[in-house]
Design a protein around this ligand. Sequence first.
Ligand SMILES: O=C(CO)[C@@H](O)[C@H](O)COP(=O)(O)O
Length: 237
Amino acid sequence: MLEDLKRQVYEANMQLPRLGLVNFTWGNVSGIDRGKGLFVIKPSGVPYEKLKPSDLVVVDLNGKVIEGDLRPSSDTPTHAVLYRHFLKVGGITHTHSPWAVSYAAAGRGIPVLNTTHADTFYGEVPVTRNLTANEIQGDYEKNTGKVIIDTFKKQHLSPAAMKAVLVNQHGPFTWGKNASESVYNAKVLEVIAEMNYHTLLLNPAIKPVSPQLLNKHYLRKHGKNAYYGQKNRLGKK
Ligand SMILES: O=C(CO)[C@@H](O)[C@H](O)COP(=O)(O)O
């Protein structure tokens, strides 16, 4: 079942160690087949060097295992919450990439201090509140998804424009139209987190880019009249 999606999600998971976003068994990537209401996710605790496409687990939007011999990622309930609420998301990545985790551990969002950030994320990457003791002792992974949804609702953020969040004291979740794009966004997040740290060391008083610069860079790549790359060339596919 869902063999093509398993292959895509497997390849996306294997990008995590290649891009330096995880060590050991940390992190996970999933991808969803919206038509079937099923998503595919990495199995829990399997070293990437031993992972095979056939190891990936198929689950429904409640996190129930539909196919697979291995236990799905421990973060499966979090992915399920995000798929249920962010209806245009096709793939989700969670990592423990060090610069993004540093911001999450410090309880700080990542402000837009340069155009590299603006090219991918339409504003400050938010950090969630901490989970309460009850939320931690309850369905922890589901509640991790809940605080992400709460953060986007409270800050009136668009999941399509802000494809990342920092879970307080834990780490980043990113998403995109598919598993591969969610990994791309995870790498961009890690790169800008490191850039921002050094920018703030060089100039602690630095302010975020202007709304004009944010709009220009974000919309020239993602707007309906995007002209970055080969998009929208007259008469060209
Ligand atoms: O956040 C955590 C652990 O803190 C998890 O994301 C692990 O980093 C990966 O767990 P599995 O996907 O292997 O269950």
